[in-house]
Design a protein around this ligand. Structure first.
Ligand SMILES: Nc1ncnc2c1ncn2[C@@H]1O[C@H](COP(=O)(O)OP(=O)(O)OP(=O)(O)O)[C@@H](O)[C@H]1O
Ligand SMILES: [Mg+2]
Length: 499
């Protein structure tokens, strides 16, 4: 019955210049249910949630809460009805402490100085709830992205929501942090709170969702009840076609001529030196738990945090990476994990961003002709299916996942010798993942060596020729693909295989 719903959105339409982000979308929600909202990058998920959160007005459409029509002009209107949105992009005041962020913009701020103690006490219990072991006085700027995300969630909990919207909450969380979040979601659902959950990770959706609504190109294209939810069904609704094989066919095992030798490299802070060899055209996967030291190792090879000992040999030439510029000069590129904060200039166009030759003032293309710039960008736009009206479109107006594709496109277009990809498909939808894998394979075929750090086991197994496993900043072992299984990788990752 209609009044079963605490929320009904009906006929919601939203247009931006050149893009219809949402077209006549309906969405309804019952209390105590977890509704997963799925769709490719740019499908309109975040826009729909911003409308519900009062952050953006719809062009058309109606909203009902408990059956009564409402209109949200400001975030505060939606808050009043108990709707709380945790944004996809972190919106934190990094110069304030944790407590300050949790209570920023809420009534408690009016308490003034004398109430700092109360705010801290309240923050402490919220932090305990989200399992974050830090003091409310910690400066937010000193936290990891995952910890910041947990502070955002603590802040959401402080609002006593009836409807909690989580837009890709786990994309920067560690496994432990994610588990904590799932526990909180379970608790909230039991208390009758409705949750709208956005994620590109199928396992999470299968585990959490009572119901799935799928958007495609701004339209609602389908709905699945809990018992109907399968990865296959969601994916085919999302992309509008069957997508069975998103990993390129595995290449036959081959001997790749050694091109990169990392010899006793001492990464600052690591307990012992690391050595490995990578072949030309080989894809080397780096598996490990978050914090296993994979990103640090890559940053050492790239010269971001120069190693304090050891030597790297590329094509027979020895060197010790001193700076990213040094690495780039030698043909080593790194697409960082935290892509959004590295190397995107939001007010500039896709073309300018993709061909931007200013990585550490180095210009691999020399002077770039605008036409050439557009050609390079167009190739990536099509290959990675970046959803935009054209290459002149402002990067800042793209959806989160499409922004990530732009950064990745830029690195893929650079014709490196060694390409380091740190979590290349995080936040990217399944269809685009397949394209990224295809491009990686193509580069490898051309002889480019790829070092891929990934926390997704499927991706590691689906793409790597050999798998390097790291644990506690040590290299635990290197497995050829034929010997690699989920079990023996996991055993090395966790140290379970040791006596
Ligand atoms: N402020 C804006 N100005 C112009 N266009 C916008 C704006 N916000 C969103 N869009 C466009 O609306 C469409 C939907 O974007 P939205 O952010 O809702 O996608 P999404 O489903 O959340 O994608 P993702 O999975 O990548 O986060 C995209 O084409 C995007 O470029
Ligand atoms: Mg989004």
């Amino acid at each position: 019955m209609a009044h079963d719903y605490i929320l009904q959105m009906h006929g919601v339409t939203k247009r931006f210049p050149g893009v219809t982000a949402l077209e006549k979308v309906d969405l309804e929600l019952r209390s105590g249910e977890v509704l997963a909202l799925m769709g490719e990058n740019g499908a309109g998920k975040s826009t729909l949630m911003k409308i519900l959160g009062g952050a953006q007005p719809p062009d058309e459409g109606t909203l009902r809460i408990d059956g009564n029509p409402v209109e949200f002009r400001h975030v505060s209107d939606s808050r009043r009805h108990g709707i709380v949105l945790v944004h996809q992009e972190l919106m934190m005041a990094t110069n304030l402490d944790v407590a300050g962020n949790i209570f920023l913009g809420s009534e408690t701020c009016r308490w003034g100085m004398l109430q700092r103690r109360a705010m801290h006490t309240a923050s402490e219990s919220l932090l305990r709830r989200v399992g974050l072991a830090c003091s409310p006085a910690t400066l937010v700027g000193s936290l990891t992205p995952g910890q910041m995300q947990m502070v955002e969630i603590a802040k959401a909990l402080s609002h006593k929501a009836r409807i909690l919207i989580l837009d890709e909450p786990t994309s920067s969380l560690t496994l432990t942090e994610s588990e904590q979040l799932f526990k909180i979601i379970g608790d909230l659902r039991r208390q009758g709170i409705a949750i709208i959950y956005i994620s590109h990770r199928m396992e999470e959706v299968q585990r959490l969702a009572d119901r799935v609504i799928v958007l495609r190109d701004g339209k609602r294209v389908g709905e699945l009840q809990r018992e109907q939810i399968t990865q296959q069904k969601i994916v085919s609704m999302m992309v509008g076609r069957e997508l069975t094989n998103w990993y390129p066919p595995l290449r036959p095992a081959a001997q790749y001529p050694a091109i990169l030798e990392v010899d006793n490299l001492i990464v600052p802070g690591a307990p012992c030196p690391v050595s490995f060899v990578a072949g030309a055209g080989e894809i080397l996967g780096f598996a490990g738990l978050v914090g296993a030291g994979r990103t640090e190792l890559m940053q050492a090879i790239f010269g971001v945090t120069p190693p304090i000992g050891g030597v790297v040999t590329l094509n027979g030439k020895h060197f010790r990476p001193r700076s990213p510029r040094d690495a780039i000069n030698r043909g080593i590129y790194l697409a960082p994990e935290d892509r959004k904060h590295h190397g995107l200039v939001l007010p500039m166009s896709i073309a300018q961003n993709i061909s931007m030759p200013d990585v550490c003032n180095y210009k691999p293309f020399g002077w770039l002709h605008r036409r050439q710039e557009a050609t390079v960008a167009k190739k990536q736009l099509n290959a990675l299916r970046i959803k935009a009206p054209g290459v002149k479109y402002r990067v800042g107006s793209l959806s989160g996942g499409n922004q990530q594709k732009v950064v990745l496109g830029k690195w893929l277009a650079m014709q490196p010798k060694i390409l380091i990809l740190d979590e290349p498909t995080r936040g990217v939808d399944v269809g685009a993942k397949a394209e990224i894998y295809r491009e990686m394979m193509e580069l490898a075929q051309q002889g480019v060596t790829i070092l891929m750090v990934s926390s997704e086991m499927e991706e590691i197994l689906g793409m790597s020729d050999r798998i390097v496993v790291m644990r506690e900043r040590r290299l635990e072992g290197i497995l050829p693909r034929q010997q690699a299984t989920q079990e023996n990788i996991a055993a090395l990752m966790t140290g379970a295989g040791k006596t």
